[in-house]
Design a protein around this ligand. Structure first.
Ligand code: ARG
Length: 576
């Protein structure tokens, strides 16, 4: 594994130039594998050994010492210093042995136990994601929030944090006034039971249209909302009913996506606590009442009101941001988290900046550990029913299209539950398409592109995993038995091992920037290497010893591929 070699290199360099090996360790990087040419294994920039990067004399001195003193040994077989970069090639048999043994030993924890991640702060991370609005559209933005949040929660957990997954529902506001006022006219209890999300949306659309024309309907919506705000038992019980059924339904759909939550929270939880927030703001003298009676917080340094945030309506009721302030303070007190991550599209950037600013004004220092992870817009995600309205539609579409593709391919093997397999592949396709680029960028979604079986797609990853799995099942070997390293010295085998070696660095980078694209690129690389290896390193027709070594390699590839896919939120399939 990488740490073993990094350490060996660091120790030798340290002995030569007198810099502590701990310091050097973090600057040694595995060199990514190139498809065409062979490269060295590790590199270290000489500059990283200097205390003062401008110290030319010391640079020259270190260069000379290193060229003189560095020797090849049983671990490091070659060493070169060129243009300020030290590169190293390590002993081939040792490389294969160390990496494959480590994967075999660590299994799905491989990479996450690396020394590289030892200084990652561990603690309680609260991740808030998905957060749709009941009775309104579940748009593509909510889908992105769901899969990105799930990925962040998986990642934080995998590197040793305790994680709480929160869904903060939009379960308050005028939409409930409208539903409450119009349900008796447009609603149907049976339809509500059979598909709450769809039915509430239908009712909402109808009442909304009616309220646009009919002043009376609008008025009764306001009245219902008022009743809710003041805790009227009947109004509340209808609201609880809608909310409960919606959550039941959401959980089912999330399950199809492989996503779950520890807590379904929502704006409604913070109606009363918002009043406490307003009092707190008032006591701290940061609430200004305007002449229309609304309450605002001045966000400027010199208090000139050139930037402010409205936190109170003239009837003293709360707004979206007020409830967020209350929710944040509540979570700080209730969980005493070490870090909190909100995942929404970038249109809410200002909202979260204001939120964090107000929390800071309130002296809530934990806000320094709150982050807003934002993402760009997706265009062109259409289902057969048109624009995305429900998460279920997207999943149905992905499954249906995938089933169709599977039926077309002759090579598809008979599988027990084709719909389930199609769903897992379809979800993988959605996730990879979404995670390929920088999260902040907008992108155009295309079903055909996402569902291609070659190219950098989720289908390709699933295909590679299934192909490896079926090879391993076909030739079930005694895995506990060791293998002969000399049977794995072909350039293809070495390149694959070198790629496997780099997994911890990729985890580290993915974590540092909270960008899944590094992991996606890595897994695509692994997938291509796996297929090349599969075609070049035959098991059939090889001697028992060679076959065993190759299967050992294939199994380690499968372990790492599966681990990376799961981290992204994909359930690997064994057959397709
Ligand atoms: N329900 C909101 C929406 O759909 C997203 C909530 C984001 N989270 C938060 N704490 N404000 O736009």
């Amino acid at each position: 594994m990488a740490c073993y070699f990094r350490r060996a290199i660091a120790e030798q360099v340290s002995r030569a130039v007198g810099v502590s090996s701990e310091k050097i360790l973090h600057h040694i990087h595995a060199i990514p594998v190139h498809r065409k040419r062979e490269s060295r294994d590790f590199q270290l920039h000489l500059k990283s050994l200097l205390n003062d990067p401008l110290d030319a004399a010391s640079y020259q001195e270190k260069t000379e010492i290193l060229t003189d003193k560095f020797i090849s040994d049983s671990t490091i077989s070659e060493f070169e210093l060129a243009r300020g970069v030290l590169t190293f090639t390590v002993n081939r048999p040792l490389l294969v042995k160390k990496v494959l043994h480590k994967i075999r030993h660590d299994g799905s924890r491989y990479g996450f136990t690396s020394e590289l991640l030892s200084d990652v702060p561990k603690g309680l991370t609260l991740v808030e994601y998905s957060s749709p609005n009941i009775s309104k559209k579940f748009h593509v933005g909510h889908l992105r929030s769901t899969i990105i949040g799930n990925f962040i929660a998986n990642l934080k957990k995998a590197v040793g944090n305790e994680v709480i997954r929160v869904n903060y529902l939009g379960d308050w506001g005028l939409q409930f006034g409208l539903l409450g006022a119009g349900f008796s006219k447009f609603g149907c209890e049976e339809k509500l039971k059979s598909n709450a999300l769809q039915h509430l949306f239908e009712v909402y659309v109808k009442v909304n249209a009616e309220a646009d024309k009919d002043e009376e309907m609008k008025q009764s919506a306001y009245e219902f909302m008022k009743k809710l705000e003041s805790g009227h038992p009947q109004a509340l019980s209808l609201w609880t009913h809608f909310r409960g059924l919606s959550i039941e339904e959401y959980s089912k759909v999330y399950k199809r996506l492989g996503v779950q939550f520890d807590e379904y929270s929502g704006e409604s939880f913070y109606i009363e606590k918002s009043q406490d927030v307003l009092n707190l703001l008032q006591n701290k003298n940061i609430l200004t009442i305007t002449k229309d009676g609304t309450g605002v917080v001045d966000l400027t340094e010199n208090r000139d009101m050139s930037a402010y945030s409205t936190v109170m309506r003239s009837d003293r009721t709360s707004l979206y941001i007020t409830r967020d302030i209350a929710a944040a303070i509540d979570r700080m007190e209730k969980y005493n988290f070490d870090e909190m991550v909100y995942v929404t599209d970038k249109s809410q950037q200002k909202h979260f900046q204001n939120l964090f600013k107000i929390l800071k004004m309130l002296g809530k220092d934990k806000v320094n550990h709150c982050h807003h992870v934002m993402f760009g817009r997706v265009q062109g995600m259409q289902t057969r029913r048109g624009d995305v309205v429900f998460l279920e539609d997207v999943l149905d579409e992905a499954r249906a299209r995938m089933l169709q593709n599977m039926a077309k391919t002759e090579t598809s093997k008979p599988i027990e539950d084709p719909a389930d397999t199609a769903e897992k592949i379809g979800v993988a396709a959605l996730i990879i398409q979404d995670f390929k680029g920088q999260l902040q960028s907008d992108y155009r979604f295309n079903w055909d592109e996402a569902l291609q079986s070659c190219g950098d797609t989720g289908v390709f990853l699933q295909y590679t995993h299934a192909r490896l799995q079926s090879l391993l099942t076909l030739w079930s070997t005694r895995e506990e038995e060791d293998f002969n390293v000399s049977c794995l010295q072909e350039p293809t085998a070495i390149a694959t091992v070198k790629h496997l070696l780099r997994y911890d660095e990729v985890i580290q980078k993915t974590l540092k920037e909270l960008q899944p694209r590094y992991m996606v690129a890595y897994l695509m690389g692994l997938g291509h290497l796996a297929n090349v290896a599969h075609n070049a390193l035959h098991v059939k027709g090889s001697s028992q010893e060679v076959a065993h070594a190759r299967l050992y390699l294939f199994n380690t590839i499968r372990v790492v591929l599966s681990s990376g896919m799961k981290l992204l939120g994909i359930t690997p399939v064994d057959k397709m």
